[in-house]
Design a protein around this ligand. Structure first.
Ligand code: GAR
Length: 189
């Protein structure tokens, strides 16, 4: 059984979707969810789903305490799902091509520091984009710049509100993120 660890900072709807997707098979299991927000909704989701979940602060993140924990867990993949801190280079060196992020736009557009969640959709709407989508990519030392693994697009209309755009993008995320993870795990064998 492959082991997955998820990092999430907020609601955790993607984390829940990944947990339930892999619960229904026997390829992989989410063994741990980690958050940098003590009151993140993802913690409640994990309690309900019976998945160990922990909060960590910046010093644990940067001092190596968390990295030590990850090394002990020895995950097959580390998945960022709405995680907003930059991953330290020590993590990237310890887990090369094993840290994956999902970004709610078609990178390289609408990426970089400060571009997350509805901020991305607001910018997409302000520019009257005719389409947006998701990008699943490897994590490197720069925000949203690692090699692209998979992208999916969705059409927008001038009537789409920020909330509509967010919901179209979430639909793509729920459908494709688990499948892309599954494929990476199978290709790794
Ligand atoms: C998702 O849309 C994810 O793509 C985005 O945050 C949302 C988290 O939602 N990530 C970023 O913006 C990263 N730059 P969730 O907590 O409900 O899964």
């Amino acid at each position: 059984m492959k082991k997955l660890i998820i990092f999430a900072s907020g609601s955790g709807s993607n984390a829940e979707n990944i947990i339930t997707y892999f619960n229904s098979g026997n390829l992989a299991k989410v063994s741990l969810v980690l958050t940098n927000k003590a009151d993140a909704k993802v913690l409640q989701r994990c309690e309900r789903l019976n998945i160990p979940a922990f909060y960590f602060n910046k010093s644990a993140f940067q001092s190596g305490t968390l990295l030590g924990m990850l090394n002990n867990e020895n995950p097959d993949l580390i998945l960022l799902a709405g995680f907003l801190w930059k991953i330290p280079s020590g993590f990237i060196e310890a887990f090369p091509y094993k840290i994956i992020n999902i970004h709610p736009a078609l990178l390289p557009k609408y990426g970089g520091k400060g571009m997350y969640g509805n901020r991305v959709h607001e910018a997409v709407r302000a520019n009257s984009e005719k389409e947006t989508g998701i990008t699943i990519h490897y994590v490197n030392e720069h925000y949203d710049e690692g090699g692209i693994i998979h992208q999916e697009k969705v059409t927008l209309t001038s009537e789409d509100s920020v909330e509509n755009i967010a919901s179209k993008v979430h639909e793509l995320e729920y459908e494709h993120y688990p499948k892309v993870i599954e494929k990476l795990l199978m290709d790794d064998d």
